[in-house]
Write a protein that binds this ligand. Structure first.
Ligand code: NOJ
Length: 474
């Protein structure tokens, strides 16, 4: 999910780009080149695919309420049925397996397993995820759980949601319930998904649920998310000492529009927000105030001992990279003092959402994150592209998505070959799904979904991916 001009992300030593936006690489692109142990997966999220929002004891999450408000979701779409994964998980998991994926990432709907957000546990909700996990294992796919992919129980929103510091305890309780229920079979855990999107889009610009606006929300929400990611990590470690525990952050390489001092400083501010804000406190470095002094106001929300509490030694960091950005200093944008120069005005390749296709940016961001001393292992936990796909005579021709995957994978391989410890890649995503405020208008799937009939059709890019994973000649 991208951030808008209001909340955007780097380093000054920005590389020059090739005219085609691709990093130079000479290795052939095939599965073997990534090594035998490299993990290949596909990523999903509960709210975007499950549907069944009122079934078996699930209560509203903030997105159910947000989608009911006029004008919040494109075309008035909602996720009441979404991809109906709740009822179709078996065949959908079989499709993922047929495509050759060996890792399946999904998230738990908090209000499905804890309808009040804390306290009472809904066994029917737990049973659903047990079925998903067991089916993955039966197919020989490793289940990866994301604990929080944006669907906060509405019951907790009523008590202030991420603005209320008590959420750190609520989140730890919920984490413990999931660890006890699923930890016997699930070895890979991701605590938060893209916390920056929650703070920026959910509580500052209001483009996402719960739709709060105002910069005054930003810092307390950031702090409570950052405390929760560490607390979630500690809870998992205590209950599941052998689990692999990670956190998934959005990241975008930031280029200054020009080399002027003002643009370079603007790029550093954007980088602090987009790339550094959640990893650095976990690594014990504090918030990146050096590049963005506004962040020093976060001390108003800090209590004694918080600097320690913010730390957690994650086994891996999941990077979610889709595009890079170019930013420019601007007097018109108070607080950030910058604006994004949209890809559409720069004559560069873009996806259907206007996001810049820049595989070189993937390579740069991997290098940037690999420079942190405390980072043990990196994975790409999401990467993919939305295009306006059409189903014609049983086929979906999507050459743009196929070349996007090829070029981004080549960039990952280049980074890996240069010694960066990157151990896996998850495509976003298996099925076309509910793309948040874009509703169903943005199709990211390797598999096309007809939302009238719930029919599934593997796109040409999906067939390409399957061939790649089977290491066939492509
Ligand atoms: C990031 C989010 O985690 C995911 O939910 C979203 O659909 C993709 N990016 C694409 O925007």
């Amino acid at each position: 999910m991208r951030l808008t001009e209001t909340a955007l992300a780097t380093t000054i030593d920005h590389p020059t780009r090739n005219s085609d936006n691709k990093p130079d690489y000479d290795s052939p692109l095939n599965r073997e080149a990534f090594g035998e142990n490299f993990k290949w997966g596909v990523a999903t999220a509960a709210y975007q695919i499950e549907g069944a929002v009122n079934e078996d004891g699930r209560t509203d999450c903030v997105w159910d309420v947000f989608a009911r408000k006029k004008g919040k979701i494109r075309n008035g779409d909602h996720a009441r049925q979404a991809c109906d994964f709740y009822h179709r998980y078996e065949t959908d998991l079989e499709i993922a397996k047929e495509l050759g994926f060996e890792q399946f990432r999904f998230s738990i709907s908090w209000s499905r397993v804890m309808p009040d957000g804390h306290g009472l546990v809904n066994e029917a909700g737990i049973d659903f995820y047990n079925r998903v996990i067991d089916k993955c294992l039966a197919l020989g796919m490793e289940p990866w759980i994301t604990l929080y992919h944006w669907d906060l129980p509405q019951a907790l929103e009523k008590s202030g949601g991420w603005k209320n510091r008590r959420i750190v305890e609520w989140f730890a309780d919920y984490t413990a319930v999931c660890a006890r229920a699923f930890g016997d079979r699930v070895k890979h855990w991701i605590v938060l998904n893209e916390p920056m999107a929650v703070a920026g889009l959910g509580y500052t610009t209001g483009e996402h649920a719960p739709g709060h606006t105002g910069i005054h929300n930003f810092l307390p929400v950031v702090h409570h998310l950052a405390l929760s990611q560490a607390e979630g990590g500690r809870t998992l470690r205590r209950l599941l000492p052998d689990a692999r525990i990670g956190n998934a952050v959005s990241c975008s390489y930031v280029y200054p529009h020009s080399q002027s001092a003002a643009d370079v400083r603007a790029a550093r501010r954007a980088d602090a927000l987009m790339n550094r804000l959640f990893i650095e406190p976990a690594l014990g470095m504090g918030y990146p105030k050096d590049a963005f002094p506004f962040l020093s106001n976060i001390k108003r929300f800090m209590r004694e001992g918080d600097r320690e509490r913010l730390k957690f030694d994650f086994d891996f960091w999941g990077l979610q990279n889709y595009f890079s950005v170019v930013v420019q200093h601007s007097y018109l944008a108070p607080v950030m003092w910058l604006k994004e120069v949209p890809a559409t005005l720069r004559n560069v390749p873009t996806t259907g959402l206007g996001w810049e296709v820049n595989p070189a940016g993937m390579y740069e961001i991997l290098k940037q994150f690999s420079r942190y001393k405390g980072v043990r292992e990196l994975l790409i936990t999401e990467n993919g592209a939305a295009f306006k796909d059409k189903l014609k005579e049983g086929q979906v021709a999507d050459p743009g998505r196929q070349s996007y995957y090829q070029d981004y994978l080549a960039a990952v391989l280049k980074a890996k070959n240069e010694g960066i410890n990157i151990t896996g890649y998850f495509a976003w995503t298996l099925l076309d799904n509910f793309e948040w405020a874009h509703g169903y208008s943005a199709r990211f799937g390797l598999v096309y979904v007809d939302f009238q009939t719930q029919g599934r059709t593997v796109k040409e890019s999906g067939k390409w991916f399957a061939g790649f994973l089977k290491n066939a000649e492509l």
